[in-house]
Design a protein around this ligand. Structure first.
Ligand code: GCW
Length: 721
């Protein structure tokens, strides 16, 4: 190393170790920070094991993999690591497919590579001549790219790399973000600024952020992105916009990311000037075929469509008395010759149907089981109502064995505190994925439905509604980044543990110091339960402020019945909760036994879903010995108290991380406590108008009368009007 650089480098190291300078950091780099390894012993070990790298192959993907390893290594090891052309005696990284590298071919990885498919990889320490080298190999260049990011993660998380033997392959094929982004750059349920896609300046201007978006996604294995809102605008399918979409696709392609769009079902009328959008009308069929051919002429690897049809006012096949299968299959047939897919959403419910909203998707879709083409997936939200802080898993998982079913999780926190509340969502995702549907008996986990192993599906996918925007740190709340990260990791492996994911993310995002990791992990792991407690404990749901869903609104009783809160909590002088038992709406019967029976029986129903399935008297005896009313009050208080504790725990993290992100989180936590308290007091006071019982002794009294909360406005919350 150049002497001058050596000196500068040593000084920085010294300062960093003694925490003399409070680095400030915007969060833009997410978990790909690649700052120098902070442990000097480990740093030296890594340097000894990595003296150069060779990447065989010459594709766009290999080139970006090479760029990444260069960037990653020079940052993490603090000096440039040379790309070399021949192995002499040094420890190096050798990356490539057996087809591209003779040395790798000679290593006889063929057996193992049979298990890694199109996107998996092997990372292995092998002896080559007299020295140990690290091999990253795969069947495809994409596998090499994923292997590269995985390898860098090992360094970022301070893992021992002296004897590696890793074989990884994604369990889900399409791992995709759904952006609810509009063409005017507003983002539906977006709390992090404007859309990342600047349609106005596309296709000519391609800021670095587009590339960083692709890199970041590739680093966690995300391989698809739906650019536009499911509440779709047909204009994105016009030539003017297709050129812009193609420009983005060109940026994303080297990172293995395919572009998808939302298809507005009435597009043939709106932009095609046809009279109808009937999926069985030959003119309509032909219009879509031509349109799709045109899309592929600009974007040869276009992924396909996500469709919201006959839901919340969106047009769909039912406008023509056709079924969801008729609509989906029409699009699927036009996409099939190009290898495209349709992700058809099952988020359907109708206020005019006098049926429990939680039952409607199942009722509409189960009769269509087996009627969809095999390039169609039915995209099902994790729970039967709508991304609540806690819901039971959606009964459609396991109920359509001859249909491809994929889950949709919401990464953006529509119902969990927007970009103000620290809520780590992986435990919520994990709870759903690990639920046993019993579709084929014990052990039929949701994860096994969606990874295709339970029913042997030909195509599998997982979608997450993105929380990204154009704010500097991408997600608004610094911890919102963890939810993006966790989604990607769970899409790659739906059996992964949320705690493991948190650990990785903290190490890469904040610090590898265990004094920092453990407290931050504790904060993260409890955060979802805290949120459930101060918003919707014991199975309560959908009692948010009408419209923006940020604050409490249990009193909401106007407008569409199935959008009111009173429809969901059903509080009255006798009690509270939605009776979905066999004696009530019978939603429980959409689950396989024994899940059905467990939920149906008040004795066995998990208390955290009690009021989802049961309407119970205020004096109902809980397991704790308290009455239901008392327990509700206690839970709301527990939620707020936990936020207070979290603030204290966070304060101790000063010095663990840079001051900028530390302070930002600190300020957000103060708001979170303020608004969690509003949730607590508003809900308790409102429910008390029915229970007519005192708030149990020892609990804090509400700060204001109920009216104050009813009239409260949330003026300082990003994205909330
Ligand atoms: O959760 C609801 C949201 C809508 C959203 C809809 C959906 C995109 O409030 O904003 O619309 O779900 O998932 O289609």
């Amino acid at each position: 190393m150049h002497l001058f650089r050596k000196i500068v480098f040593s000084v920085i190291l010294f300062l960093a170790f003694f925490n003399v300078i409070a680095f400030s950091e915007s969060g833009y780099r997410l978990w790909l920070r690649y700052d120098i390894i902070s442990d000097p012993v480990l740093l030296q070990k890594y340097r000894n094991s990595i003296r150069g790298y060779i990447y065989s192959g010459n594709s766009q993907i290999i080139n970006v993999a090479k760029k990444e390893i260069m960037k990653g290594l020079s940052g993490l090891l603090g000096s440039e690591i040379p790309e070399i052309s021949k192995i002499k005696n040094e420890s190096i990284i050798l990356a490539g497919t057996p087809a591209d590298s003779k040395i790798i071919l000679s290593l006889k990885l063929a057996e193992d590579l049979k298990t890694t498919g199109e996107e998996g990889f092997i990372i292995r320490t092998v002896k080559y001549r007299k020295t140990k080298i690290i091999v990253i190999s795969a069947n495809t260049d994409k596998g090499i790219l994923y292997g590269t990011f995985f390898f860098l993660r090992l360094l970022q998380t301070h893992t021992d790399i002296s004897n590696l033997n890793i074989i990884e392959a994604p369990k889900v094929k399409v791992r995709i973000l759904n952006h609810w982004d509009n063409l005017n750059r507003t983002v539906e349920r977006g709390y992090a600024g404007l859309s990342l896609w600047d349609w106005d300046t596309l296709p000519d201007s391609l800021p670095e952020r587009y590339t960083d978006y692709a890199r970041t996604n590739a680093s966690i294995g995300i391989n698809g992105t739906v650019l536009t809102n499911v509440n779709a605008n047909a204009r994105v399918l016009t030539l003017e916009y297709l050129k812009k979409v193609a420009a983005l696709a060109n940026v994303f392609r080297p990172y293995g990311i395919k572009v998808y769009l939302t298809a507005r079902f009435s597009a043939p009328i709106e932009i095609g000037k046809l009279k109808s959008a009937d999926p069985l009308d030959p003119e309509v069929i032909n219009w879509w075929k031509k349109k799709i051919d045109e899309i592929y002429s600009y974007i040869p690897d276009f992924g396909g469509f996500t469709v919201k049809a006959n839901s919340e006012g969106q047009p769909g096949p039912q406008n023509y008395n056709r079924s969801h299968a008729d609509g989906a299959n029409m699009l699927a047939d036009a996409l099939a010759p190009h290898g495209g897919i349709v992700m058809w959403r099952a988020f359907v419910y109708d206020n005019n149907i006098p049926e429990d909203r939680a039952k409607q998707a199942y009722n509409e879709f189960v009769p269509l089981n087996g009627k969809f083409r095999n390039n169609v997936l039915i995209q099902v939200k994790n729970g039967p109502v709508d991304f609540q802080p806690r819901e039971p898993f959606h009964p459609l998982f396991g109920a359509m064995p001859e249909t491809n079913v994929m889950p949709e999780f919401q990464i953006t926190q529509e119902y969990l505190g927007a970009s103000v509340h620290l809520v780590y969502l992986a435990p919520l995702f994990e709870e759903c994925l690990k639920s046993d549907t019993y579709a084929k008996g014990n052990g039929s986990l949701v994860a096994s439905v969606i990874d295709g192993s339970l029913f042997g599906n030909n195509i599998t996918a997982m979608a997450g509604v993105a929380n990204t925007g154009n704010v500097e740190n991408w997600t608004g709340h610094p911890f919102g980044q963890a939810n993006w990260y966790a989604f990607g990791r769970l899409a790659w492996n739906p059996y992964e543990k949320s705690e493991t994911i948190a650990d990785e993310w903290i190490r890469m995002t904040f610090s590898n110091d265990s004094d920092c990791i453990e407290p931050i992990k504790k904060i993260m792991m409890q955060s979802r339960e805290n949120c459930v407690n101060y918003m919707t404990p014991l199975g309560l749901h959908h009692i948010m402020y009408a419209g923006h869903h940020y604050g409490p609104g249990p009193w909401v009783n106007r407008g569409r019945r199935d959008w009111t809160s009173v429809y969901y909590h059903k509080a009255d002088s006798n009690g509270i909760g939605f009776d979905r038992t066999t004696a009530g709406s019978d939603a429980v019967s959409q689950y396989f036994s024994p899940v059905k029976d467990i939920f149906n029986n008040v004795e066995t129903c998990p208390e955290n879903l009690l009021l989802w399935f049961h309407h119970l008297p205020w004096d109902f005896k809980m397991k704790s010995g308290k009455t239901l009313w008392e327990e509700i009050c206690i839970k709301y208080h527990q939620g707020v108290n936990a936020v207070r504790q979290m603030r204290k725990d966070w304060d101790l993290m000063k010095g663990c991380i840079d001051s900028q992100r530390f302070e930002q989180v600190r300020e957000l936590m103060a708001k979170q406590e303020r608004d969690a308290t509003i949730w607590r007091d508003a809900c308790i006071l409102y429910f008390q108008t029915f229970s007519r019982r005192p708030i149990p002794a020892g609990l804090e009294k509400p700060l204001h009368p109920l009216d104050y909360y009813i009239n409260h406005k949330y003026s300082d919350i990003p994205g909330i009007k």
